[in-house]
Write a protein that binds this ligand. Structure first.
Ligand SMILES: CC(C)(COP(=O)(O)OP(=O)(O)OC[C@H]1O[C@@H](n2cnc3c(N)ncnc32)[C@H](O)[C@@H]1OP(=O)(O)O)[C@@H](O)C(=O)NCCC(=O)NCCS
Length: 166
């Protein structure tokens, strides 16, 4: 699997994925992307990535620096954090381990920057399967928080500690 930058050639694919019930059902009311506007933008505080396996696009990861993100969605947050959004496009690709592999690649990418201390995610409070998914990856629930109209849990994963003696 690889993560590659999303480009304008992904426009139709991303719109199609947004229309899938499992994607729409996991999205908050404020989360709709205007893909035609967003895909051409190159921003220092955001990476929009497509996961591909054997050349086939199967999901999306957004990584932001929540302190720098332009709408201040996360409010006042410390520096040195990243926040991740993830979804798999087609229902047939759910529950097959792809999401776990995507998160492992995304987390490695976040922590490759030595200034990053922790990663946040904000699943809807009702998205219990996503909670289990993040908990298995080592995230801890740290808050229940309303983002706009959405009732969410905030999960946090600290930078893995270097093995002792390193
Ligand atoms: C959450 C998600 C990225 C996980 O990827 P995945 O490839 O399905 O997950 P994996 O196969 O690696 O791991 C399996 C676990 O993923 C989660 N999962 C599986 N299907 C899911 C679904 N339809 N919705 C939410 N989580 C799901 C569950 O925790 C599952 O374990 P379980 O069967 O014990 O409940 C993916 O399911 C998805 O895109 N869901 C819809 C969008 C979403 O909820 N995104 C997260 C919003 S914060």
């Amino acid at each position: 699997m690889i993560l590659r930058p999303a480009t304008t050639s992904d426009l139709d694919r991303l719109r199609h994925w947004d229309s899938q019930p499992h994607v729409a059902g996991a999205s908050g009311s404020d989360d709709a992307f205007d893909w035609a506007a967003e895909l051409p933008r190159r921003l220092a505080w955001r990476e929009l990535l497509i996961a591909e396996t054997e050349g086939r696009a199967l999901g999306v990861i957004q990584i932001i620096d929540p302190a720098e993100e332009e709408t201040h969605y996360w409010g006042e947050v410390e520096a040195g954090l990243r926040a991740i959004d993830i979804w798999i496009g087609e229902a047939a690709d759910l529950g097959r381990g792809y999401g776990t592999e995507m998160m492992r690649l995304a987390l490695a990418r976040c922590f490759a920057d030595p200034s990053v201390t922790a990663v946040l995610v904000d699943p809807l409070a009702r998205n219990t399967r996503a909670h289990r998914f993040y908990e298995r990856l080592g995230f801890w629930r740290v808050a229940r928080r309303r983002f706009g109209a959405d009732d969410c849990f905030v999960y946090r994963l600290e930078r893995p500690r270097a093995p002792s003696g390193a």
